[in-house]
Design a protein around this ligand. Structure first.
Ligand code: SAM
Length: 266
């Protein structure tokens, strides 16, 4: 992204987490301040770029699995992020043009880009709700305009739960969303850990939290597993993202990574 953001209400002088994530993903929706902040994290944790891309790789594979193998036609994507290649509706509608997708994010910058998320197939539907994940009632009420909550829904919470630091609050959000969907629905999560990089990732998060408005929280695999309590985990269970049903040309899919993922079925 280049040029002056004046008049847009978007501050291009302060680094912004969604734009930094976009920078790590190789996107263009970022400013010099974001690239500088992104490079500062890379200096401490060079694998962050691989982490961001592997996390999006999981999105592609899990949404494709849900649409193609599990027959899911409805998706609730909480913590959408800036549009990039292979957004949830694009992956789902490639398999099933009638797939219906509701995006949720609380970031005003994501809202300004949401138009790119609302260009789905004629047979399907996409919608965007600006809401905080904590505001489950608003999300469910808004999503009901597009999704039929008597039929299975896949809830995807990719990279968002680290922004809800309080364990009980995070679990409560997940529980309330799951309570709204019928049997045969799914929950997909990606979440950062410190299993692989230890002190380095902890230091990167410490630096991040020193400047970021919303603190970021790492959780252990055992803490992440709690989000799936009562659900049947789909093989291979809770694993580093590269290990979740890799595509044949995915490269070293056995590698460790501080981004775990899982898919559970209600
Ligand atoms: C790391 S990005 C992940 C984006 C995308 N899901 C992906 O996996 O590439 C996390 C997203 O969650 C959003 N987010 C963080 N806290 C949130 C909250 N309390 N309510 C709604 N969205 C939130 C951020 O604005 C950001 O877009």
């Amino acid at each position: 992204m280049t040029g002056d953001a004046s008049g847009t209400g978007i501050d291009s002088t302060v680094p912004h987490s969604a734009r930094i994530w976009n920078y790590w993903l190789g996107g263009k929706d970022n400013y010099a301040v974001d690239r500088l902040a992104g490079e500062q994290t890379i200096a401490v944790l060079p694998e962050i770029v691989d982490i961001a891309r592997a996390s999006r790789g999981f999105l592609t594979r899990v949404v494709r699995y849900l649409a193609a193998d599990a027959g899911i036609r409805q998706f609730l994507d909480v913590g959408t992020g800036l549009p990039t290649a292979d957004n949830t509706h694009e992956v789902a509608q490639r398999v099933a043009p009638d797939a219906r997708v509701v995006y949720v994010d609380n970031d005003p910058l994501v809202l300004t880009h949401a138009r790119a998320l609302l260009t789905g197939s004629a047979e399907g539907a996409t919608d965007y709700i600006e809401a905080d994940a904590r505001d489950v009632d608003t999300i469910l009420h808004g999503a009901a305009a597009t999704l039929d909550f008597t039929r299975p829904v896949a809830i995807t919470m990719l990279g968002i739960l680290p922004f809800i630091s309080d364990d009980e609050e995070a679990r409560g959000i997940v529980r309330r969303l799951l309570a709204a969907v019928p049997a045969g629905s799914y929950l997909a999560i990606t979440h950062s850990t410190s299993e692989a990089s230890g002190e380095r990732v902890i230091e990167a998060v410490r630096q991040w939290n020193a400047v970021a408005p919303t603190p970021y929280t790492l959780r252990s695999p055992a803490q992440i597993a709690v989000f799936f309590e009562g659900l049947e985990l789909i093989e291979p269970g809770l694993v580093p993202c590269p290990r979740w049903r890799p595509d044949p040309d995915d490269g070293d899919s056995a590698r460790d990574m501080d981004e775990y993922c899982a898919l559970g079925r209600t």
